[in-house]
Structure formats: structure tokens, C-alpha cells
Design a protein around this ligand. Structure first.
Ligand code: FEO
Ligand code: CA
Ligand code: CA
Ligand code: CA
Length: 639
């Protein structure tokens, strides 16, 4: 059966017309005011942060203010190429279709097959993590790179694909195998980084790789399907967005927009309420695999969606290991999962659920991390307390526990066990009064200060009556970043404090209501922050996803988070047209900055691509790829 769908675009994007009349000064005053108060109390300029209205109160103080980041900013703009600052180079390291094994066929866009794709680098690289080899070492010239492959764009993958694609089952089969993860061994020498093609570590994880359900939902009645009679064995992962790395050397990958893959009718299904809350099945931005394959057809296999939407833990150091779906961390449209060792050695995970009005979650492990006993750590993510954030206008964050039997999470509301709580985690979070956020993407812990940065990418649906302190703009086109402060560094505490870090948008455009450091340049402001990472000095590196809808390219911006350069974002990297940037990740010594260029040329077609990056070969489509950015002659990136 051939199925036609409209041309493909990023599943994250849903443009809505802008609100040109932001009136939110009263709310802002509350949550930016803390640092102004510090000033009046006589605290020095160094701790003020100087987040302010552009050209506002801090300007007089900013003449001598400077960022600690020394690179020359990349100009704002958009073209077919990738740009880094003068004095830097960007090596294209791994591109879609690249062979990962000695027996893998070379990439040939005219001859794609399931057999070749499962031995080659997948499509639309997202999360990137570098883990030094050997495990536990700090090598910055030898390690494993794990990369997620979030989704596919058939109109850019296959020759002669028309703008409206008619997708056959064999083509969808190739696209299925282009999802999942790649794990590769890398070495750096004077000539740059290279992939070790005959490494025993190299692995493709796909939507059909055998996996196991772990934690409270494992084996539960609702998890039993036609392809998983025991509710424990499961098959593969897809829609993998960002992720995280554990201190014991495993990688977490986040299953996000799983709704697009399913076909069929949910009316009358026992899980219909759950699926409706998930927006499932999706709006046909993709070819639903269920149109061709029964596993994803709800009419045939109605409980399959409950096997997706989890955080999956993968041990890249053991190529034969069975990945585990950690259900204790809840089921939603997971953006990522960052991991922190708490002061008492319990493990804390932070997670955003990336959809308009969804929530920010925290998991605190029951047991403690043991630095010298890896096997004792391997199942830490199966037992612990999941909670969800409520933000008050007075600067307090309350973490509400999502525990069966606690508060409203009882039989009266349809919860019969912790399995129900984690499977229906959005419903549980609704009931405990969590704050509905503007699409939570990355939530990362600053390794130097211990504060937690929450990146909110946008929410164009929010109306003025729904504005609150933590989501202060109606029809939020541009996104914002919030900083959470755990008391005395205790990430398990029931309450934190919070403040706004920046409001994205063009600071010269009053209708945007943007807020940065006063000195942010014409190239230095950003929109739609998405993934982020910290360098070893605690500076924040932010990748964006959405600028193409506003006429310039997405990229990477970096900023100090403390001191006189706080919220002074500076433009470090510019992606080719159509692409977003994902997975920023540093080597331990900060001399290499890895990032993923996802969906270059998005919105165009194989025949008439908006760019042919990175090959620029006639007849070659653009190829999503991971790049390694280094300083010419070596040195700390950003210094
Ligand atoms: Fe796949 Fe939330 O971006
Ligand atoms: Ca995206
Ligand atoms: Ca995004
Ligand atoms: Ca993302």
C-alpha cells in the first residue's frame, strides 16, 4: 500500500502567528529582581549577573564588563555551509550512511537497503556523548561516541522523491533502520579525529534491537503486547532525541515524539485516554510505520505505544549488552535525561517533557552510587522517587512526589500501582498541580555551581490568561532559560529556588520582550534554545532549533553563567540552512566540541536540496552529520 503525506518537516515545529503585544513587565520584575536587590544591598558587580532589559539599568555598569569567552563571534545569517569562528575548524566526522563496520557497504543514495542501513550511520543525529577509553579514564583523544538518530526525512533521503512523497513499505523499512543509535570508537591524532572502523565496540541500535523493560512497569498487564507476551522483552528504540551520561559509563537516550509512528484508531481502546494525552496517533508529519507494519498499527497491536516514551539505558562498553527501558523515570515525550551525583551519593536525574504545557521531572534514586563498584550502580535507575516541578511567583520550586498511594495518585483516580503512575505520568503530574511549561527541552546541572538550567524552547499556544512567572510571555515564540538553585547543593531537597536566566528573542525588537546581558551583540542573541551543555568551567553552550522559520540559521551560542558576563550569549557556530544543532558535548579536556547537525536542507527535496552539505557533490543530498570543532593549533574551545 502506498501512502501519501504532505512534505516532511521537523516534528518539533508548529508555527503559530506571533503575539506583538507582550505585557509582562510586572511578572518579570519579580523573577529578575533578586539580582537587582543584591545590587542595592551592596553586593559587587561580579555577582550581579547583570541580566537586564536590553539597554536597561545595567548598561551604565557594563562598559567594563566582558565575557570570559574569547572567540570572535560568527555573523548571524544563513547559507549552505557551516561556520565556526576564525581560528577554529569543524571536521565532519560521521555522516548519514557512513559505514560503521569493515563489511558495511559504502554510502550510495541510489542503492539503499535495510541491509546497508543497519551497518551504516543513521539519519538525523541528535544526542552526542563522548566517553573516554578505557572506561573511567579521562582521555580526550580516544573514546566512544554514541549518537542518537531521531527521525527520518524520506523526501531528502531517496532520489526522485517528489515534494509529496508516496512511501512504499521497502522505503519505510530503510527509514526504520536509519533510526536508533550508533556507537563508534574514535581516535584523535595530528590529522584530526578518525573512526575506528574495525572496532569491536562499534554498534548500531535500531527499532528492532532486543531490549528489556525494567522498573515498575516491567511485566505489567498493560505492557503485554502481540510482540511482547511477557511485557518485559521489547524491541528497539526510536524517536530518540537528547539523552545523558551516567557516572558509571552508560548512556541514556530519550524517546520523544513517538506518536507519529502509529496508525489506526484509538476510539474504544482501553488506552485511549493515555493516547489522547500523548497526541497519539500524530498529525501525519511522517509516514506512520503502522501504515505498513502491524507492530505500529493500533488496530492490530493496541498496546505497542506503551513500550515507547521511556528513557533507555545503554552500556556502550559492552556491545552485547541488552538496553533497558527505565520505567521508573516515567513515560512522556522525553527530551533528555541529565544525571547528577547528589551530596549524599544518591543519583538525581532531570528530565523535560517536550511539548507545549508539559512538565519538568526529577528522579532521585533510592540507593547510593558507589564509585568503586560498577555492578552495584547498574540498576540504580529502577528504584527511587519521581517528582514533578511546580514554580511559584515568589521564586520557590516545589517537587511533588509521584508515588502510588500518595496524594491523589490512588484508585479513585485510576491508579492501581506505581506501574500506572509511570505509564500515565502526565496525568499524575496534572493531578499534583505541576506547572505547565513552555516546552521543556534540556535540563542540565552546572558542574561548577551545581545550579540546574532548564531550557524552554517555545510555546506559541500560551494565551495571556495562562501566563505565569516561570512562563512569562504569551504566545512564546522564542523560548527562555530558567536557573534552579538547590538548597546547599542538595538536589534531593523538596524545594529549590529559581530565577529567570534569559528570555530569548531579538533584544532590539521591543515586541519580543527579550532579556539578556546588556552587551549582547547583533549576532549574540538567539531564539528557540533546545539542547545545552556546560564546559568544564561551567559556561553554558546552547544549541538552537527554530531560527530557520525566522530567516536565519540555527547554531550554538555560549555564555558565562556567573560573573560579569552572565547571560552575555555569543555566537559560536552557525549551521547550514534548514538544520538545527543538537547534542553539544565536550571532551574532558575541552579541546574538542562535538555537535550534531540535524536535518540540513529540511523543507527541500532530494532533487532540489537547499544545501548539499557536507559533501557538496552533485547528486548527493544533504547528510545529517556529527562535527568535531577544534581550535587551530589546539587549545581550550572558547578560550
Ligand atoms: Fe527532539 Fe525536543 O527536540
Ligand atoms: Ca527538532
Ligand atoms: Ca527541539
Ligand atoms: Ca531537542
Amino acid at each position: 500500500m502506498a501512502v501519501s503525506y504532505r512534505h516532511q518537516r521537523d516534528p518539533d515545529d508548529e508555527p503559530v502567528s506571533p503575539d506583538s503585544a507582550s505585557t509582562f513587565e510586572d511578572i518579570l520584575r519579580l523573577r529578575f529582581s533578586r539580582r537587582q536587590t543584591l545590587r542595592t544591598l551592596g553586593a559587587g558587580a561580579a555577582i550581579l549577573g547583570l541580566v537586564s532589559s536590553h539597554r536597561g539599568w545595567a548598561r551604565e555598569m557594563s562598559a567594563h564588563v566582558a565575557s570570559s569567552l574569547r572567540f570572535a563571534e560568527v555573523p548571524r545569517g544563513r547559507d549552505e555551509r557551516l561556520h565556526v569562528p576564525a581560528g577554529y575548524q569543524a571536521q565532519v566526522l560521521l555522516r548519514w550512511g557512513e559505514p560503521l563496520f569493515p563489511h558495511a557497504p559504502v554510502f550510495d543514495p541510489g542503492r539503499q537497503s535495510v541491509q546497508s542501513q543497519q551497518l551504516q550511520f543513521g539519519y538525523n543525529n541528535d544526542f552526542v556523548a563522548y566517553l573516554p577509553l578505557p572506561r573511567g579514564a579521562t582521555a580526550s583523544d580516544h573514546g566512544l561516541l554514541t549518537v542518537n538518530h531521531e527521525y527520518t526525512l524520506g523526501s531528502l533521503m531517496f532520489p526522485n522523491a517528489p515534494h509529496r512523497i508516496s512511501s512504499s513499505a521497502p522505503q519505510v523499512a530503510v527509514e526504520i533502520m536509519a533510526h536508533g543509535m550508533s556507537i563508534v570508537e574514535l581516535k584523535r591524532s595530528a590529522g584530526g579525529w578518525r573512526v575506528i572502523i574495525d572496532s569491536g565496540f562499534n554498534r548500531r541500535i535500531t527499532p528492532v534491537t532486543q531490549m528489556r523493560i525494567a522498573g515498575p512497569a516491567a511485566g505489567h498487564r498493560r505492557m503485554k503486547t502481540r510482540y511482547s507476551p511477557d511485557g518485559v522483552t521489547t524491541w528497539g528504540t526510536y524517536a530518540n532525541c537528547s539523552g545523558g551520561v551516567t557516572p558509571w559509563g552508560t548512556v541514556l537516550t530519550a524517546e520523544e515524539n513517538i506518536q507519529f509512528y502509529f496508525a489506526g484508531n484509538i476510539n474504544g481502546l482501553p488506552e485511549a485516554e493515555n493516547y489522547r494525552r500523548f497526541g497519539l496517533p500524530g498529525k501525519l508529519l511522517f509516514i506512520p510505520w503502522g501504515a505498513h507494519y502491524q507492530r505500529w498499527n493500533l488496530d492490530v497491536n493496541p498496546n505497542e505505544p506503551l513500550h515507547a516514551g521511556w528513557i533507555v539505558e545503554v552500556d556502550p562498553f559492552d556491545p552485547r549488552s541488552v538496553p533497558l527501558k527505565r520505567t521508573a523515570l516515567g513515560r512522556c515525550k522525553h527530551e533528555g535525561c541529565s544525571v547528577h551525583i547528589n551530596t549524599d551519593n544518591r543519583i538525581v536525574c532531570y528530565m523535560g517533557d517536550d511539548q507545549e504545557y508539559e512538565y519538568i521531572y526529577r528522579f532521585v534514586s533510592r540507593d547510593r552510587y558507589k564509585a568503586n563498584d560498577r555492578s552495584a550502580n547498574l540498576d540504580l535507575l529502577d528504584d527511587g522517587v519521581l517528582s514533578v516541578a511546580e514554580f511559584d511567583a515568589d521564586g520557590k520550586v516545589t517537587w511533588h512526589r509521584l508515588v502510588f498511594g500518595h496524594g491523589p495518585l490512588t484508585k479513585r483516580n485510576g491508579f492501581h500501582s506505581q506501574a500506572d503512575v509511570v505509564i500515565d505520568v502526565r496525568k499524575a503530574a496534572d493531578l499534583v498541580g505541576a506547572t505547565r511549561m513552555d516546552r521543556p527541552e534540556s535540563v542540565n546541572v552546572n558542574p561548577v555551581t551545581g545550579s540546574v538550567f532548564v531550557v524552554l524552547t517555545a510555546n506559541q499556544l500560551r494565551i495571556r490568561a495562562e501566563v505565569d512567572a516561570a512562563n512569562p510571555r504569551a504566545q512564546n515564540m522564542f523560548g527562555h532559560i530558567i536557573e534552579l538553585l538547590p538548597p546547599n547543593g542538595d538536589h534531593s531537597a523538596p524545594q529549590f529556588t529559581w530565577e529567570l536566566f534569559l528570555l530569548a528573542g531579538d533584544p532590539e525588537h521591543p515586541d519580543h520582550g527579550a532579556r539578556y546581558h546588556d552587551d549582547v551583540s547583533a549576532h549574540g542573541w538567539l531564539i528557540n534554545p533546545d539542547n545545552c551543555t556546560f564546559d568544564r568551567d561551567g559556561r553554558l553552550w546552547i544549541a538552537s532549533d527554530g531560527a530557520n522559520q525566522h530567516g536565519f540559521a540555527d547554531g550554538v551560542w555560549a555564555t558565562d553563567v556567573t560573573g560579569p558576563g552572565r547571560a552575555l550569549t555569543r555566537h559560536f557556530l552557525r549551521a547550514p540552512v534548514g538544520a538545527e544543532v543538537c547534542g553539544p558535548f565536550f571532551t574532558p579536556d575541552n579541546t574538542t566540541f562535538f555537535c550534531a547537525i540535524q536535518h540540513p536542507g529540511e523543507g527541500s527535496t532530494f532533487t532540489h536540496p537547499a544545501t548539499r552539505w557536507p559533501d557538496f557533490q552533485p547528486d548527493y543530498p544533504p547528510r545529517p552529520a556529527v562535527v568535531a570543532v577544534t581550535k587551530n593549533g589546539g587549545g581550550i574551545v572558547g578560550s
